[in-house]
Design a protein around this ligand. Structure first.
Ligand code: ACO
Length: 432
């Protein structure tokens, strides 16, 4: 097969040279600049990596113009309707949908790795009761490296599998421990008879003093949210996991780096920020004031839950969630959650008709609605991003595994456009 090439001319030397153009299975063509510095002494400049493909990947595909999201080729709408989070996790990790037997074995492996070392559990006592749960979860996941450092050989496929199953199985237990610590309640051990999301809800909400039955509607809603959040190609936290992992670091430490990156309000922290914003707006008559602020360049305020680096049309996950919001609030919502949802719907309606948002292609993203559902499930605001981290852990692990076996992987090491002082001599303090 002939490789297509793109010809460029260096304005300084007048010389022309060509670069290979890589063809994806679907999506925009990619100019391969990997030899550019070696052959031409030129670097490329792309802050925020808007035009940069950092790796080859066959896990997730997004078309931001048409609002398409595919996991291993399967549309998110079909997975949301017909699959489960555990099946999606298998698909993302292994590349294909499982057979019945593969699914049962995978589900069994996850259910039987849910306990965490008691010493790890005691770490929580060291945190202040009002520590942010993302800080606790990032800290405790990083500490897993201390427990499994010698038994994790990243070049051994079996060790990679054990790592994947361990972290996916244990992260809900760690999240629940953070939640119980915040509430001052005793930790509730995982129950292997329960499915992934029911177990999580049980660990969160059960208390020793009374019976707790998991509501299947709540477990189903959580399962759907987790499917929607499971992966999203080379986003900020996934790229962080890849970058940290590219040095050969312990994979638990790489996942902890991803959790930290997810925390920011421009990324996973947006679901918490959306609820804060809706509470601050309070009533429909104040929406105009906030839309005005979002458009004002001198005001740092942004409409949280709006806009996306890749989606320039409606986020397909937001469309699924929006519909789910109605059903969940119908079944589970407390009366006081409904005005917040109605406010969100009105805000969305007004923003979607506004010139500024139309012109800049700003649509609601997945996090515009996810917080409302978490709230209806009884999950406190500060735990929203933790819930996102649990689901996204599957994506992080899938990308980390893909990176480790990719022969073209090298340590991630971007260059820079240096604009600092040129060489100058040190002056003794008495002469400054
Ligand atoms: N409110 C108001 N204006 C916005 C918003 C917003 N939410 N988002 C983008 N804009 C404006 C920018 O000011 C910019 O205007 P300009 O062209 O006049 O300078 C233009 O739209 C383009 O925005 P960028 O910041 O360049 O887009 P970028 O791709 O860098 O950022 C991001 C994307 C971070 C998601 C941004 O839209 C944002 O901050 N949104 C709010 C936070 C949020 O919801 N994050 C969740 C993302 S989804 C996720 O992580 C699961």
């Amino acid at each position: 097969m002939t490789t297509k090439r793109l010809t460029l001319t260096d304005p300084e030397t007048g010389e022309s040279f060509d670069l290979p153009v890589r063809e994806p299975t679907v999506g925009p063509r990619v100019l391969d600049i990997s030899q550019l510095y070696g052959q031409r002494g030129l670097l490329t400049y792309d802050p925020g990596y808007t035009s940069t493909a950092s790796c080859e990947s066959s896990i997730t595909y997004i078309d931001g113009e048409s609002g398409t999201l595919l996991y291993r080729g399967y549309p998110i709408e079909q997975l949301a309707k017909q699959s489960t989070f555990i099946e999606v996790a298998y698909l993302l990790l292994h590349g294909e949908l499982p057979t019945q037997q593969q699914l049962e074995e995978f589900d069994h492996s996850i259910r039987t790795h849910t306990m965490i070392n008691e010493s790890l559990l005691r770490f929580f006592n060291g945190f202040h009761h009002n520590a942010h749960p993302m800080a606790m979860v990032a800290g405790v996941v990083a500490s897993m490296a201390a427990f499994y450092h010698d038994s994790t050989d990243i070049h051994n496929p079996r060790d990679r599998d054990i790592f994947a199953y361990r972290i996916i199985a244990k992260i809900p237990t760690i999240a629940a421990a953070a939640y119980k610590h915040m509430r001052g309640q005793p930790f509730v051990y995982p129950q292997n008879k329960l499915d992934y999301c029911s177990n999580l809800l049980h660990m969160f909400f059960a208390v020793p003093s009374e019976e707790y039955e998991v509501d299947p509607v709540a477990a189903k809603a959580l399962d759907l949210l987790f499917i929607l959040h499971a992966d999203h190609e080379q986003n900020c936290s996934t790229s962080t996991v890849r970058l940290a992992g590219s040095s050969g670091a312990n994979p638990y430490a790489a996942i902890a780096a991803g959790i930290s990156a997810l925390w920011g309000p421009a990324h996973g922290g947006a679901n918490e920020a959306v609820i804060n914003m809706l509470e601050e707006i309070g009533t429909v008559d104040r929406i105009g004031e906030y839309i005005k602020r979002a458009k004002d360049k001198s005001d740092p305020f942004r409409l949280m839950g709006f806009g996306h680096r890749v989606y320039k049309s409606y986020d397909p996950r937001a469309a699924i969630i929006r519909e789910m919001c109605h059903r969940v609030l119908e079944r589970l919502g407390r009366k006081e959650d409904k005005p917040l949802f109605e406010l969100a719907l009105k805000l969305e309606e007004i923003a979607l008709k506004d010139e500024y948002f139309i012109e800049k292609n700003l649509y609601p993203n997945v996090d515009f609605y996810s917080g409302i559902i978490y709230r209806a499930l009884g999950i406190p605001k500060s735990m929203f991003t933790v819930m996102f981290a649990i689901a996204r852990c599957v994506g992080w692990v899938s990308h980390w595994r893909e990176m480790v076996v990719d022969p073209s992987t090298r340590i991630g090491r971007p260059r820079q456009l240096y604009v600092g002082p040129t060489r100058r001599d040190y002056r003794p303090i008495s002469e400054r």
